[in-house]
Write a protein that binds this ligand. Sequence first.
Ligand SMILES: *Cc1c(COP(=O)(O)O)cnc(C)c1O
Length: 384
Amino acid sequence: MTTDRETDGFETRAIHAGQDPESVTGSVITPIFQTSTYAQPAPGEHTGYEYSRTGNPTRTALQIALAALEGARHGVAFASGLAAEDTVLRSLGAGDHIVLGNDAYGGTFRLISQVITRGGVKWSAADLTDPELLDATWNPATRVVWMETPTNPLLTVFDIEALAEVAHKHGAKLVVDNTFASPYLQQPLSLGADLVIHSTTKYIGGHSDVVGGFVATNDDDWVSDITFLQNAVGAVPGPMDCFLTLRGLKTLGVRMDRHTANAQQIVELLTGHPEVSHVLYPGLEGHPGYDIAERQMKAPGGMVSFRVTAGFEAAKALTTNTRLFTLAESLGGIESLIEHPGVMTHASAAGSPLEVPDDLVRLSVGIETGDDLVADLSDALDQI
Ligand SMILES: *Cc1c(COP(=O)(O)O)cnc(C)c1O
């Protein structure tokens, strides 16, 4: 029972790719190979596994499944999204320059601006909504353009195909953090990106019970360096975490459909609500990235941000007024979450080009009953 990447649909690959019944017992579900080492038949000979930093069968299954979902030849699983990012960024050297989209996950910003720079790598932020501007202001030292789309937390949409073209014209690579969309809604490699990053902690794991990261690419040279670096540095996920992520990703398609449907109900509530000054959602016709999202995404997804008319204190208060939306960081799980990016996930970006408005509230809309979520948020807005 092998899957055919070319002809099998997304959900079929999610359930079968890399997940044949286990060869010794027939276990239908990939076992948790909770071992650090493997018996060898003779010195220098092994079964394909020698030591679990280098490789583990549960991790292999996860890597094959995730690569199949991104349409990638290669996949590498990591201990967290940031571990994946760190390992990829270690492939750069002193003097190399990174362009980072000016709206990004706070941890990515912190990693690039405060950690990777210690090795002499340079960076700058850019407004990637204008690919021509990027082209016109190109820095010859730039090796990598690093973007998210939709962005966290402003849900700005960047044109992957156009940005890949600009990066390639200058001999640089395009990295897309695909965490917000998930491979079900958007497949950056097919649009020209060189490498895709995921925090599998979010939609792919999908149940808020495991932290993980993933890299997908068709670039043979880059992946061999990344695999070398991962083994040399050690940012590997444990077998139990791989199992949980593999269990989660099987239902990614059905979950994303429901996340999107519920988000659309929430957007209807927020649009025109007197306590809400702006609704940021790529599925809204007035959103500046609406046309690009239509083209490069299957659906606009489950993340919704909005700005509260009455400002900072009211936005902060709102996040404690809800009953079902839990006040918490993170996103992409089955349960609905609410947060204030300015004082929570994006506090590290204060005073930088990546600072976010202080009246902003971000929702990760879960897969509960949509009407219950609308009623909860409506009551919370009435309490402002
Ligand atoms: C959470 C997140 C990360 C970091 O992932 P971890 O698994 O928390 O290390 C990176 N990018 C985006 C867009 C995220 O939401």
